[in-house]
Design a protein around this ligand. Structure first.
Ligand SMILES: [Fe+2]
Length: 199
């Protein structure tokens, strides 16, 4: 009996992030794209060494293996999208919790400095990918990854992410990726989730 991967529920209503991310985008992004990664993985893993493994072990075991790229891409994209939905909340933005704020100030000088680095990573990621706030050896860093790649394959702990695949913003923002990213950071980013991930 293989492990069946499931599409986790959205942590809020599909229109809760409107107008930054509309229900129209959510219907495709969560309802079609995220769901397709789950459906694809459930077709790919039966009969393989990954059949009985939880998602994070599928990701770790397939990362960097040329003959496992389909399994890695779908598994990582399931994880990335679940993490992305939780990286946002209605009426987000504002001030991070104190413990996170101290680490942000130490790494970036100010909250604004942190948001600027995240926005720069998100807008300079060439093609599809992700911008991340991560914990790397005890310090905060901003990194970007291409396609399905994610911090855990580089030994870093993800705290927060922004999806910059075109499917994340094109219906609402067309080509204005920077406007989408800045709206996320100002209005819906979930600093509490990032603080929880500090552990
Ligand atoms: Fe996406």
């Amino acid at each position: 009996m293989s492990t069946i991967h499931v599409l986790p529920p959205l942590p809020y209503a599909d229109n809760a992030l409107d107008p930054v991310i509309t229900a129209h985008t959510m219907g495709f992004h969560y309802g079609k794209h995220h769901k397709a990664y789950v459906d694809n993985l459930n077709k790919l893993v039966p009969g393989t060494e990954f059949a009985d493994l939880p998602l994070e072990q599928v990701i770790a075991g397939s990362a960097g293996k040329a003959d496992k790229v389909g399994i890695f891409n779908n598994a990582a994209q399931i994880w990335n999208h679940t993490f992305y939905w939780h990286s946002m909340k209605p009426n987000g933005g504002g001030e991070p919790p104190a413990a996170l704020r101290q680490k942000i100030d130490a790494a970036f000088g100010s909250l604004d400095g942190c948001k600027k680095e995240l926005a720069a990573a998100a807008t300079t990621q060439f093609g599809s990918g992700w911008a991340w706030l991560v914990l790397d050896g005890g310090a905060l860093k901003v990194v970007k990854t291409g396609n399905a790649d994610l911090p855990m394959t580089k030994g870093m702990k993800a705290l927060l992410c922004i999806d910059v695949w075109e499917h994340a913003y094109y219906l609402d923002w067309q080509n204005r990726r920077a406007d989408y990213v800045n709206a996320v950071l100002d209005k819906v980013v979930n600093w509490g989730f990032a603080a929880d991930n500090l552990g």
